[in-house]
Design a protein around this ligand. Sequence first.
Ligand SMILES: Nc1ncnc2c1ncn2[C@@H]1O[C@H](COP(=O)(O)OP(=O)(O)OP(=O)(O)O)[C@@H](O)[C@H]1O
Ligand SMILES: [Mg+2]
Length: 252
Amino acid sequence: MTRVIGVVSGKGGVGKTTTVINLSAALMEFGKNVIAVDADVKMSGLGLQLGMYYFPVTLNDVLMDRGNIHEALYIHSSGLRIIPASLAVENVKVSRLNRVLKDPFLKDSIVFVDSPPGLEKNAISILKACPETLIVTTPEIPAITDAMKIISKSKKTKTKPIGIIVNMNRNRDSNQINVDEIESTCGLPVIGVIPEDRTIKKGIFIGIPSVLLNPYSPSSIAFKEIAARLIGENYIPPKFAFIKRFLGGFRK
Ligand SMILES: Nc1ncnc2c1ncn2[C@@H]1O[C@H](COP(=O)(O)OP(=O)(O)OP(=O)(O)O)[C@@H](O)[C@H]1O
Ligand SMILES: [Mg+2]
């Protein structure tokens, strides 16, 4: 079965690209057929966050009928499959994404679609093109308020919001909105909370998904729990993960 899941947010910089990369890598580790698509065609970052810069054919070309989808697929050294957007600034009709994401090439894959933030035209085209969406927010009022706007907009499209991912959570920070409040305000379940974690920036610096770079870090465990939940499975974190982490548990 093919699943196309848009990863969206109201506010920018809350962790959509990070989420796409790490959920894709976690599901790849679970043996699933995954493709991460960068549909943030104006401010693409997916390839860059994986240390990949050279893409002769991109999603932009596919959307503009200048190339085929299989030509725009690249494999990261970890095995992760991505369809990047161009690093160049150009006007692209994202309204065609709906058609592109129905290509038989994506059959039987779990496709994560990275979106620009907010409610501008391209972000709405992504909502329309993705049967399911995950909404990413940080636990702060401005981000949650913007998340509510995108949830309300998504209800007017055919997409089904699966739930909310709360990112960059800080333990014992009383200045954050808690999960119960986020759920009742947004009217959607929180399907995972990702802690603020240095491993994520380290992963970007090295160009490796942080769930693969340090599988025992708190954010990696949180991403794996969400990934398992998305496919109806249960992820049991390894015992003594914190000890493995400190003993240099990079890569399994
Ligand atoms: N859980 C986390 N802990 C620490 N840093 C994080 C975490 N999640 C994301 N970041 C950092 O926050 C920054 C923004 O993340 P990211 O690019 O994924 O956001 P985005 O929602 O895709 O942004 P945009 O809206 O601009 O596309 C990056 O520098 C990333 O490394
Ligand atoms: Mg992004």
